[in-house]
Write a protein that binds this ligand. Structure first.
Ligand code: LLP
Length: 433
C-alpha cells in the first residue's frame, strides 16, 4: 500500500501503525487494510473515469465498512449473491447504485433485489429472464436489466479467471446469435427495462488489447440493436479485470491510462457505427482493494530442506495459509513478502513461506529471499492480499478466519473480527447424548 514503510527499527508500518503493535493487540494472522490507500485507489478510478460509472466489484472483498467507503467516494457497487446484497443493504447503500451479477441467481435472490429497488440486474441466461419476468410481474414493477454477453476474446490470464472465450459458463454468445435473441426478448418484455450490454473478459489482465477487441464486438452488437430493433440502449458495461502488481515483475494498471484508452475506443467505435455514445461503466475490484491490504503472519517454524545439486530451500511456516489465501494453490499466483518486525543484516536465503494446513500445496509465497536468520516469533508481511483472499477464505482444518483490521493515522479499527472456534462450533449440531 502507499503508506507502507519500514521504520527505524526495520519494522513495517502501515497507515502509521507498527505491525508489531497491531499483532500485539489483535493477534496474527491478520489482514491489514489501509483505509487511505483504498480510498485513494477508488478515487483515482472515479477521477480518471469521470464520464463513466465505476462499480467496485464486491466479490474481491466486501464488508459494511468497505461499502460505506465505496459509496462515500462516489462509486457504485457490483454484487453477485444474496449475501453480498445483504452486506450492501446493511451498510445503508443506495440500492439504485447496486448492480447484481451471477449466472445462477436464485428466485429468492432476484426477489430480494427487486424488493430493494436495485439499480440493475445483469442477466446471464434465458431461464433467468423467464424468472425475472415472472417476479417483476408479480410485484408490478419493471426490472432494470443489462445483458451479459460473451465477446469471444481469449484474455491472457489464468484459465479459471478468463471469461470471454466461448467455452465457459458466463454470458450469451455474440457469435452464435444468442446475445441478440436475449436482447430482443428483454426489449419486448414490458416487465423488463433494457439498459444495455455487459462484457467482462476476465481478471488480472495487463494487455488492454483484450478490452479493445471486446469493446469493438459489443459495440457492434449495440449498433445492430439500434438499427434492427430501433432502440438506443442507454448503457454499456465493459467489466473489470485490471491487473495489479503482485511481484516486482508485474506492471500495474494505471487508471488514467486505461480511462483514456477505453474512452477512445468507445468514442471511435460509436462514431464508426454512427450511434450515440452510451453511458459506459466499468467494474474494478482487484485494482482497488488488492494493493490496499497486506496479511501479517507470525513465523512458527523454520526448516531447511536440501535440494538437488547441494542447493537448499528454507521452509518458513506461518500461522495461516491456504485458508486465508488460496490463490497460490488455485491459480499458481505469485506473492512476495518481507520480514516485518525487525531489521536483519543477515544475508538473504531462498525461502518458501508455507501455511499450517495439512496439505503440501499450502504455499503462501513460492519463492522469496528472506534474511537467513528468520526465526519463530518473527512477523512476515505479504502485500497485495486485499482481493480474493478474505473473500475466498475457508475454514479448512477448522482454522478460524483472520480479522480485517483497518489502519489509518496511527490507529487500528477491527472491521471484521477474528473468527473463533466457538463460531465454528456454532454450526455443529452436537452429538446425541
Ligand atoms: N465484473 C465481473 C462481472 C466479474 O466477474 C469480476 C470478477 C469483476 C467485475 C472484477 O474483476 P477484478 O477487477 O477484480 O479483476 N478469484 C479470482 C478472480 C475471480 C474474478 C471473478 N470476477 C482471483 O483470485 O484471481
Amino acid at each position: 500500500s502507499q503508506t507502507a514503510k519500514k521504520n527505524g527499527d526495520g519494522a513495517l508500518e502501515i497507515g502509521g501503525v507498527d505491525l508489531r503493535d497491531l499483532v500485539a493487540e489483535h493477534g496474527s494472522p491478520a489482514y491489514v487494510l489501509d483505509e487511505d490507500d483504498f480510498r485513494a485507489r477508488a478515487r483515482a478510478f472515479k477521477h480518471a473515469f469521470k464520464d463513466f460509472d465505476v462499480y467496485y466489484a464486491g466479490k474481491a472483498f466486501l464488508c459494511t465498512t468497505v461499502v460505506r467507503w465505496v459509496m462515500e467516494e462516489g462509486l457504485n457497487l457490483d454484487i453477485c449473491s444474496g449475501g453480498e446484497l445483504a452486506v450492501a443493504l446493511r451498510a445503508g447503500a443506495d440500492p439504485k447504485r447496486l448492480g447484481f451479477h451471477g449466472n445462477n441467481k436464485s428466485e429468492s435472490e432476484l426477489a430480494r433485489a427487486l424488493d430493494a429497488g436495485i439499480g440493475r440486474i445483469i442477466v446471464d441466461s434465458q431461464h433467468e429472464i423467464t424468472r425475472l419476468i415472472a417476479l417483476a410481474a408479480e410485484r408490478g414493477v419493471v426490472a432494470p436489466v443489462m445483458i451479459r454477453v460473451t465477446a469471444g476474446v481469449e484474455a491472457h490470464t489464468h484459465e479459471y479467471i478468463a471469461t470471454a472465450h466461448e467455452d465457459q459458463k458466463f454470458g450469451f454468445s455474440i457469435t452464435s446469435g444468442a446475445a441478440f435473441e436475449a436482447v430482443a426478448r428483454v426489449n419486448e418484455a414490458p416487465e423488463l427495462e433494457l439498459l444495455g450490454l455487459h462484457s467482462h473478459i476476465g481478471s488480472q489482465i495487463f494487455d488492454s488489447s483484450g478490452f479493445e477487441v471486446a469493446a469493438k464486438r459489443v459495440i457492434a452488437l449495440h449498433a445492430r440493436v439500434s438499427e434492427e430493433l430501433g432502440v438506443d440502449m442507454p448503457e454499456l458495461d465493459l467489466g473489470g479485470g485490471f491487473g495489479i502488481a503482485y511481484t516486482t515483475q508485474d506492471d500495474p494498471s494505471d487508471p488514467a491510462q486505461l480511462a483514456t484508452e477505453m474512452g477512445k475506443i468507445v468514442e471511435h467505435e460509436c462514431h464508426e457505427h454512427d450511434i450515440e455514445v452510451p453511458k459506459v461503466s466499468i467494474e474494478p475490484g482487484r485494482a482497488i482493494v488488492g494493493p490496499a491490504v497486506c496479511t501479517v503472519y507470525s513465523v512458527g517454524t523454520v526448516k531447511e530442506v536440501e535440494l538437488d545439486a547441494g542447493a537448499a530451500r528454507t521452509y518458513v511456516s506461518v500461522d495461516g495459509g491456504i485458508s486465508d489465501n488460496i490463490r497460490a494453490a488455485l491459480y499458481d499466483a505469485d506473492y512476495s513478502c518481507t520480514l516485518a518486525n525487525r531489521y536483519s543484516g543477515t544475508p538473504p536465503t531462498l525461502a518458501r513461506v508455507v501455511g499450517k494446513h495439512c496439505e503440501a500445496g499450502d504455499i503462501v509465497v513460492k519463492d522469496e529471499f528472506l534474511p537467513g536468520d528468520v526465526q519463530p516469533g518473527d512477523l512476515v508481511a505479504v502485500p497485495g492480499t486485499g482481493a480474493y483472499c478474505r473473500s475466498m477464505a475457508s475454514n479448512y482444518n477448522h482454522v478460524p478466519r483472520p480479522p480485517v483490521i483497518a489502519v489509518k493515522d496511527g490507529r487500528t479499527r477491527v472491521v471484521v473480527r477474528r473468527e473463533t472456534e466457538d463460531d465454528l462450533l456454532a454450526l455443529d449440531m452436537g452429538v446425541d447424548e
